[in-house]
Design a protein around this ligand. Structure first.
Ligand code: IMP
Ligand code: MG
Length: 179
């Protein structure tokens, strides 16, 4: 698996310290308030866990699973809910936890979906941001790393469902998805 990676873009240590720093910012911003972290499956799983372990505020967690990719490396723009929230979110401070924002289509859909509910507040926390590829404007409150326009895998992010178990963020060799 390792020889399919062209380059390590973000190390495990860098991710850990960034997750800790984001958790501290979140704790400071919500001082004394309760939180609901909503992880978007499957990619946010490791980031969600690291963020969660470092958050000291009283909090609950939930997960949603949406799909917009169909095995390729480019977003299709269509979003389907595969798994919905398992609880009402009325009057809760929701933080949506995502692995990466690329075109923005997924979070555009999710943001509209949450706006129709009665949450007290809704913010977005993403490990990675690829702003150069944005198709729709998204308000992101917490960003781990801004990255260039390269297809990355690892630490939850996949290509064709593989590579999620790499402990770092790496750039996949183009020949892996070219053929
Ligand atoms: P968006 O809807 O285009 O913003 O894409 C968001 C979703 O696309 C993320 O949750 C990822 O699952 C996937 N994605 C976008 N860029 C990458 C990448 O570089 N590597 C792996 N998955 C990606
Ligand atoms: Mg994904």
């Amino acid at each position: 698996m390792k020889n399919e990676i062209k380059q390590v873009m973000i190390t495990e240590e860098e991710i850990q310290s960034t997750a800790k720093a984001l958790a501290e910012r979140i704790d400071a911003d919500y001082a004394g308030e309760e939180l609901l972290l909503v992880g978007l499956l499957k990619g946010s799983l490791p980031f969600m866990a690291d963020l969660l372990k470092n958050i000291k505020s009283k909090c609950k967690i939930d997960f949603m699973c949406v799909s917009s990719y169909h095995g390729g490396t480019v977003s299709s723009g269509r979003v389907n809910i595969l798994k919905d929230l398992s609880q009402p979110i009325d009057d809760m401070n929701v933080i949506i936890v995502e692995d990466i924002i690329d075109s923005g289509n997924t979070l555009h859909f999710i943001t509209k979906y949450f706006a129709a509910k009665n949450a007290k507040s809704v913010r977005i926390c993403t490990l990675l941001n690829k702003p150069s590829r944005r198709e729709v404007e998204i308000d992101v409150d917490y960003i781990g790393f801004e990255i260039p326009d390269e297809f990355v895998v690892g630490y939850g992010l996949d290509y064709d469902e593989y590579y999620r178990n790499l402990p770092y963020i790496g750039v996949l060799k183009p020949e892996v998805y070219a053929g």
